[in-house]
Design a protein around this ligand. Structure first.
Ligand SMILES: Cc1cc2nc3c(=O)[nH]c(=O)nc-3n(C[C@H](O)[C@H](O)[C@H](O)COP(=O)(O)OP(=O)(O)OC[C@H]3O[C@@H](n4cnc5c(N)ncnc54)[C@H](O)[C@@H]3O)c2cc1C
Length: 268
């Protein structure tokens, strides 16, 4: 997986301050006044910007290229609807039978258990071979095939690797990191969220107060019913910075498993 920050709003810090100073007369010359502020003055203004309603955060955009991630991940990513735009590599068009074929990710216990991994890889190999037969590029079945990639893709696995481009504003990025840096999120999403955070802080370190896991930013838990969370015990008893430190030390990924829902009673 690779995350690159390929574009972002220029003079972001000044723009945040400018769009929050709505009680003062707004004009292009007042933007020049903000440019002339010292770093200390700008930091003071930013404390106000980040301590109140986040409408001005919407003026700052980031464009990320996220490569080598699963469709399972991108399916969850595109659930974020507000202040976010996406462009994703098309499975309708790309023929995955050429070269090495499709790539996929192996996660959790399957990645570390040799027996499970061999079943998993064998299944992926079979999918690859069948896909090639469907689109007509299998050397073993020369007279069969002709299916369009958009139809053959029906058998491709959820963990096939893909690339996605995302534009997101600072307010939405704050919200996304709040929920996806959470230990309750899937491990792959947590990994991408950490990279989004690192790449943003490289150029905008002053944005760190609003780019945190929810509990370390707001002092409350989003999933109080999730008792396995290793950070949960710190909330809301201790300072938010201590929660942040506790969060950064432990690796944990929730392992949700359905209980059969309304069919449960028939199992008993
Ligand atoms: C740990 C975890 C587990 C999850 N499990 C599931 C699951 O099992 N099933 C599932 O379907 N999803 C699941 N999700 C996805 C989740 O339900 C959200 O779809 C996703 O996190 C995007 O959040 P959002 O809607 O707040 O973000 P956005 O779509 O970006 O919206 C941002 C904010 O805008 C406001 N908003 C957006 N649209 C509306 C609207 N139509 N009306 C009113 N206000 C709106 C809300 O305040 C919202 O928080 C899970 C997410 C996490 C983090």
């Amino acid at each position: 997986m690779k995350v690159s920050l390929i574009n972002c709003t220029a003079e972001a810090r000044e723009l945040l301050i400018f769009t929050k100073k709505t009680r003062l007369a707004m004009s292009s010359t007042s933007f020049d006044d903000i440019r002339k502020m010292s770093d200390e003055e700008k930091d003071k203004e930013l404390r106000y910007v980040f301590g109140t309603i986040g409408s001005s955060w919407e003026f700052v955009d980031y464009v990320f290229m996220i490569e080598g991630v699963t469709r399972a991940f991108t399916h969850q990513l595109v659930r974020h609807r507000v202040g976010v735009s996406f462009a994703q590599q098309a499975q309708r068009v790309v023929d995955f039978s050429g070269g090495k074929g499709f790539e996929y990710l192996t996660t959790g216990k399957i990645a570390t258990d040799k027996v499970l991994k061999s079943f998993y890889d064998e299944c992926m190999d079979r999918i690859q071979r069948t896909y090639s037969i469907l689109v007509g590029s299998s050397k073993d079945y020369e007279n069969v095939g002709g299916a369009a990639p958009q139809d053959a893709r029906g058998i491709l696995p959820t963990n096939i690797l893909t690339n996605i481009c995302m534009k997101i504003n600072l307010r939405s990025l704050s919200h996304l990191l709040n929920v996806r840096l959470c230990k309750k999120a899937q491990g792959e999403f947590q990994d991408v969220a950490k990279e989004l955070l690192a790449k943003t802080l490289e150029i905008h370190p002053w944005a760190s107060p609003v780019l945190r896991v929810h509990c370390a930013q707001h002092g409350s838990c989003l999933f109080p019913g999730y008792e396995e969370c290793p950070v949960r015990g710190y909330i809301p008893k201790v300072d938010k910075d201590v929660i942040q430190e506790a969060w950064s030390y432990v690796h944990h990924e929730a392992q949700p498993k359905g209980d059969g829902g309304f069919l449960r009673e028939y199992k008993e």
